[in-house]
Unconditional design. Structure first.
Length: 625
């Protein structure tokens, strides 16, 4: 049994389902969801049937009777419905508790523990043979990856993420235990839809991760199907969770039955030449201005710095600069400056001679030599250590360099495009980055706005990613409901375009229908909207429009418990969103026992904001009988 603190940590935001694993398991006929409890020296379980309430209590008429005097005769009701498990307290004397808090109604994730009186019941996933699958929710795995990123950056340690999928339509029940047999207790698994999974390998370097990936790929081979694995290693795959997940999934797309394990990007890579997408590049007003600057600088030789948050599309813009100039058709070699060990940076950039250092078994060309005649894209240039900054400045000034371990000068003709999310000008002023290198690199500095400032792009981007994900995953998802689209347009997108792409791809994989709805979006997106974090000043309207709303009023986007409905006409969208918002407030207030202070704390908003929205939406406490 987990400690109260671990339950609280694991069940953060459990008023929405923490991940879509339950929904994915429901879609897999041979997998099930059950309540598990330990009482009187025995561990027992009861499977939950979809849309069939299960009342737990001390005696009949409860359907599940546990002879414990701390339970009421009919204590609580559990319901598995539309990809969620809900628990409702039935007016019990000793209460129903989740995260150490008494609740009247709450949503539960796989692995969460609900305490009825003194009896603890856990929600668990089981396979066809009755074996526990020990799976995690996607949101919990996401938090683990974020924690792993923090640890890895601090201690300079590696880790890996695998994306495991089937080459044919074989659901997880057929292979998930084969995957688990290849793993260690420290490894973590979460289903991704019904035919794929993510596997986190903490502390795993390239060799260990590759061995594990190969073992997984060999663990299941059917007559016309086998497991394909995409491998993403930190720090090569990126510096954010969105980047690492995207790298693992992209690698899996390149795996095949003949080559079942494919690796994600290395610290250095040649950017593949991409054909223009059908319909051209999606760009709103702000990005059109950026692209006009890109068009002008593309034909020149001037060095460029691309400045923007992670996930805004700096790599795409770098490719456009290259393709817009005379070097089109030549190589673009990308270097992630933050992913190279400090003692190997100069060797990576400029190459080395055999015997130049321990492990240098043969001569090796560097990035600049490989890109001769083309473009070098220095991503995360702000992470470049001072010695490498000096060597880079020399190359830019002289057009030549020498390999590590050699004094022979090698001349190259390359264009340099650098990118960073840091404020290089401030770093140069403080001495954290060489000022002379900054001015040499920054002939032109192009600021790429974050997605939250490009809201006119969200809908067309979402629809584009939906079409691409549907084709890539063999799904027939036709669109997005207006309510879900309203939430997407309201969310702040801290991970920018990359996060939007990940969210849409995930929604396409997990949705059971032809439309992506609110319940198909990640809990973090729904929860952030509910806390008001997705609010933008332009969306708030005037105080008169809001009926004299106070300045800190949040515009909610909902977390629904209702099924998808036919898309409403345009004029009804706002009304539908308000209905869902009212339902969200009602659910949260019920969970908090109608304690407004507690409900506001869980929503992350001021009490007066909650009270105001209750008044506007007509949310009232039911009359006591």
């Amino acid at each position: 049994m987990r400690s109260g603190k671990s339950v609280q940590d694991d069940a953060a935001k459990t008023w929405t389902l923490a991940g879509r694993s339950i929904s994915a398991i429901q879609q897999t006929a041979a997998l099930g969801i059950a309540l598990v409890w330990h009482y009187a020296g025995k561990t027992e379980r009861r499977l939950l049937s979809p849309d069939t309430p299960l009342v737990v209590g001390r005696a009949v008429p409860a359907a599940l009777c546990i002879d414990d005097r701390t339970l009421s005769r009919e204590h609580a009701r559990f319901l598995l419905s539309r990809g969620r498990v809900w628990v409702d307290d039935l007016g019990s004397k000793n209460g129903t508790f989740l995260d150490g808090r008494r609740v009247s109604r709450a949503g539960i994730a796989i692995g969460d523990e609900v305490v009825l009186g003194s009896v603890a019941l856990r929600v668990q996933a089981f396979g066809a043979g009755g074996e526990s699958l020990d799976l995690e929710g996607e949101e919990k795995l996401l938090r683990r990856v974020e924690d792993e990123l923090t640890r890895a950056r601090h201690f300079r340690r590696p880790f890996a993420l695998l994306h495991v999928r089937m080459s044919a339509a074989v659901t997880a029940e057929g292979w998930i235990n084969a995957v688990r047999a290849c793993l260690q207790p420290v490894h973590r698994v979460a289903l991704y839809g019904t035919c794929a999974a993510h596997v986190l390998l903490p502390e795993a370097g390239a060799e260990e991760a590759s061995r594990t990936a190969q073992a997984i790929a060999a663990s299941f081979v059917g007559s016309d199907a086998r497991l394909l694995v995409g491998l993403a290693l930190y720090p090569d795959a990126g510096s954010t969770a969105d980047e690492v997940f995207a790298a693992a999934r992209e690698a899996a797309r390149h795996a095949s039955p003949e080559r079942p394990v494919a690796c994600g990007p290395a610290a250095t890579s040649v950017l593949a030449r991409e054909e223009p997408e059908e319909g051209g590049i999606i760009a709103g007003q702000q990005m059109r201005e950026v692209l006009e600057t890109v068009r002008r600088v593309g034909a020149s030789r001037i060095p460029v710095i691309l400045h923007g948050e992670t996930g805004t599309g700096k790599e795409v813009v770098a490719r456009m600069i290259h393709e817009g100039g005379p070097r089109k058709g030549r190589r673009v070699v990308r270097v992630n400056c933050g992913a190279i060990p400090k003692d190997l940076v100069e060797s990576t950039l400029f190459g080395h001679e055999r015997g130049a250092f321990t492990g240098a078994l043969q001569q090796q060309k560097g990035v600049f030599e490989e890109a001769d005649g083309g473009t070098v894209f220095l991503d995360e240039i702000g992470e470049l250590p001072p010695p490498a900054q000096a060597a880079l400045l020399r190359v830019l000034e002289s057009g030549s360099f020498s390999r590590v371990g050699s004094s022979r000068e090698i001349e190259v003709d390359v264009r340099v495009v650098a990118a960073t999310h840091r404020d290089l000008e401030a770093m140069a002023a403080s001495g954290a980055f060489r000022a002379d290198l900054y001015y040499r690199l920054g002939g032109v500095v192009i600021d790429i706005p974050p997605l939250r400032a490009r809201t006119d792009e969200i809908e067309p981007l979402a629809r584009h990613f939906l079409r691409a994900a549907s084709a890539a995953n063999g799904r027939h998802v036709e669109g997005i409901t207006p309510e879900a689209l309203a939430l997407l347009c309201a969310y702040a997108w801290p991970g920018n375009v990359r996060e939007l792409r990940n969210v849409i791809e995930r929604a396409v994989v997990v949705t059971p229908g032809a439309l992506v709805g609110l319940e198909d979006l990640p809990p973090r997106v729904r929860a952030a909207a509910a806390r008001g974090e997705s609010e933008r000043p332009a969306d708030r309207g005037t105080d008169a429009e809001l009926g004299g709303a106070p300045p800190d009023v949040a515009v909610f986007c909902p977390t629904p418990s209702a099924p998808k409905e036919a898309p409403p006409e345009g004029g009804r969208v706002r009304g539908k969103v308000q209905q869902y918002e009212a339902k969200l407030l009602q659910d949260m207030l019920e969970t908090a026992g109608w304690n407004r202070t507690e409900a506001a704390r869980r929503l992350g908003i001021p009490v007066r904001t909650l009270s105001y929205r209750m008044k506007v939406l007509g949310v009232k406490r039911p009359s006591s009988r």
